[in-house]
Design a protein around this ligand. Structure first.
Ligand code: SF4
Length: 370
């Protein structure tokens, strides 16, 4: 039986722009009303493309920065127009600077059952360096407020590899996160996005990034700590307190399950075609307003392209890849046997699955078979 699709809504508004940010987002709050109207139009136009969603993910941008009225209106449009499954994992990305006890309780009343809190670091000097509008204490308070409000599925997002960050400071941020007992932890490495102020500062030599050894040592120390604390390392950058706390929504991306993306710059995938919307609030709204499609581009993936993607994504997860996705000659090759002997993969139930050690070299595993 095929898995139900996921629904993503891109909320492109932020109160301030972080200097490392490569996501499509704007600080111009003047476009919120027209964005909401356009999302409603797109939702109605796409209502039959995919149905039976069992995940809803409000991402951005900063969805938690929307006014109560806007957020309520958005959820009403989605829930009144689209068909959802019975048990929906409904996630909202939260910026700690947007919260307080009342706001946290109100978010919980919206039948959102999962929060992903963008903390990024538990050190104030690092938060200042990357231009976050909250400090570590505010982040702790936000998480406590969300817990008190009844969120039983709470994730903390951290960024690793910040300029000047030692491996031990990266580990210390995770230790501080663990004091708050998150159900999920994402620890993504910083990606320097061309054109951002942070990338320019690195290029000018004003800031320097950790070297590869520091990054590898930090990643290993974090993985070891979280393993000892009982977290499941289920994707290269993601850890869950229990299997039930894995991000159901993100697993759809990694497993090639179809998803619908609404909002400017949002991507969609139906199993063979991938398409994405214009990355501009004005263009997105204009097109929908005159009855045109907001899609900027569409591609049809060949079977071979899909197979290559499955290898690239699959080796980054504990689920691994189907043996059938390897070239026939690779399925019983010396290479595969060596990887098993080295303890980097196991073969189980028709799948090649990376071990904990294998996840550390996940991209290399994929390259070995491509
Ligand atoms: S809050 Fe997130 S989306 Fe907004 S500018 Fe910062 S990193 Fe980008």
């Amino acid at each position: 039986m095929s898995s139900p699709p996921g629904l993503y809504v891109h909320v492109p508004f932020c109160r301030t722009k972080c200097p490392y940010c490569g996501f499509f987002s704007t600080t111009d709050q003047g476009g919120i009303a027209s964005w909401l109207e356009a999302v409603a139009l797109e939702t109605r136009a796409q209502a039959e493309v995919l149905t039976g969603f069992d995940t809803l993910y409000l991402g951005g941008g900063s969805p938690s920065s929307l006014s109560s009225g806007t957020l309520l209106a958005l959820l009403s449009v989605l829930r009144d127009t689209l068909i959802f499954a019975d048990q929906v994992e409904a996630t909202i990305e939260v910026n700690p600077g947007d919260l307080g006890p009342e706001r946290a309780a109100w978010l919980r009343s919206l039948e959102l059952n999962r929060v992903s809190v963008g903390v990024q670091s538990f050190f104030d000097d690092e938060l200042a360096l990357i231009g976050r509008r909250h400090d570590a204490q505010l982040a702790r308070a936000a998480i406590e407020d969300l817990r008190a409000a009844g969120f039983a599925d709470l994730g903390i997002d951290l960024i690793a590899g910040l300029p000047g960050q030692s491996w031990s400071k990266r580990l210390a941020s995770v230790e501080r996160a663990l004091e708050l007992e998150p159900d999920h932890l994402s620890c993504y490495d910083l990606t320097l996005e061309a054109g951002t102020p942070l990338a320019a500062a690195v290029q000018r030599g004003e800031l320097s990034l950790p070297d590869d050894d520091t990054l590898a040592r930090g990643a290993e120390a974090v993985a070891e700590l979280l393993f000892r604390r009982g977290y499941e390392h289920y994707e290269v950058s993601n850890y869950a307190r229990r299997k039930a706390h894995r991000s159901r929504h993100n697993q759809k991306y990694w497993r090639h399950v179809p998803y619908l993306g609404l909002g400017p710059s949002a991507h969609s995938f139906d199993g063979a075609d991938r398409w994405w919307n214009a990355a501009s609030v004005a263009t997105y709204g204009d097109r929908l307003g005159r009855g045109a499609s907001p899609i900027q581009e569409r591609e049809t993936l060949s079977d071979e392209q899909l197979r290559i993607e499955r290898l690239g994504l699959g080796f980054r997860t504990l689920d691994g890849v189907a043996l059938a996705d390897l070239e026939p000659a690779d399925r019983s090759s010396t290479l595969l046997n060596q990887l098993v002997e080295q303890g980097l993969v196991t073969i189980d139930d028709g799948r090649v699955k990376p071990t904990r050690d294998g996840l550390r070299v996940a991209d290399g595993l994929a390259r070995a078979f491509l």
